[in-house]
Design a protein around this ligand. Structure first.
Ligand SMILES: Cc1cc2nc3c(=O)[nH]c(=O)nc-3n(C[C@H](O)[C@H](O)[C@H](O)COP(=O)(O)O)c2cc1C
Length: 212
């Protein structure tokens, strides 16, 4: 039952040395790849990172969050604005089997194609999509017994962090100026297993029926 993983999942920031087998890592990546997205545009790229130098750079970019250095594997989640370009978005629509008229309607509709509205709308919609992939991967990690921390506090174009670090990181990861490193997942087996504590708002604070 999925609710079990949702209940037991917690941010894990300390890992032992045990490597994550490739098949386990592949299942986590598959969960991200198969996540749903706006008109199925899939505006994401996932970069698997094991290289210590790249981890060092991510450590710096994250304001020295140690779980990055201790992780067995990092998955860098890239928001890919190029996915909305007519050529790429069109290719996804064509693959879906929609007829040409419907494809054109979607591509030319400001509601369905946020890139027609501007950079802000395209970026916010892209982030919205990445959230699903990140959530799916973190839940698959939990199911596989792999500890995971979602790390969003990173120097990037949105947080306006250190420009030199952003530049160096983008070069290292081979990102262009329309690809933003949004989030990284640090992954590894939990060093000292601890209980999950869910510190959350109460149901009556967040769940309403019919109106707020
Ligand atoms: C989008 C996002 C970004 C996050 N960024 C960080 C981060 O930079 N560093 C960190 O230690 N935890 C980060 N977290 C983890 C949250 O702090 C954590 O999920 C929250 O406190 C609830 O705790 P739990 O995950 O253990 O249930 C992030 C979580 C999300 C969803």
């Amino acid at each position: 039952m999925l609710l079990e993983e949702i209940k037991s999942r917690k941010s894990v920031r300390s890992y032992n040395e045990e490597p994550i087998p490739d098949e386990v890592l592949n299942e986590i990546l598959e969960a991200g790849r198969l996540a749903p997205s706006w008109v199925n545009v899939q505006p994401w790229k996932f970069i698997v990172i094991k290289d210590e130098k790249t981890k060092e750079l991510l450590f710096k970019a994250s304001g020295e969050q140690k779980q990055i250095l201790g992780a067995n594997v990092i998955i860098a989640c890239v928001a890919d604005m190029e996915a909305w370009d007519k050529k790429n978005f069109g290719a996804v629509l064509e693959k879906s089997g929609r007829n040409q008229m419907v494809q054109d309607f979607i591509l030319n509709s400001p509601t369905l194609n946020p890139s027609l509205l501007g950079d802000f709308e395209r970026l916010t919609r892209t982030i919205e999509q990445l959230t699903f992939a990140v959530a799916y991967m973190s839940l698959q990690a939990e199911k596989s017994g792999v500890g995971c921390c979602i790390i969003g506090a990173l120097a990037n174009e949105m947080t306006k962090g250190d420009e030199n670090i952003i530049k160096e990181l983008k070069e290292r990861l081979n990102l262009n100026d329309r690809q933003v490193l949004l989030t990284v997942l640090s992954l590894g087996y939990e060093k000292t297993p601890r209980e999950t504590k869910k510190i959350r708002k109460e149901p009556q604070e967040v769940i309403f029926f019919e109106k707020l």
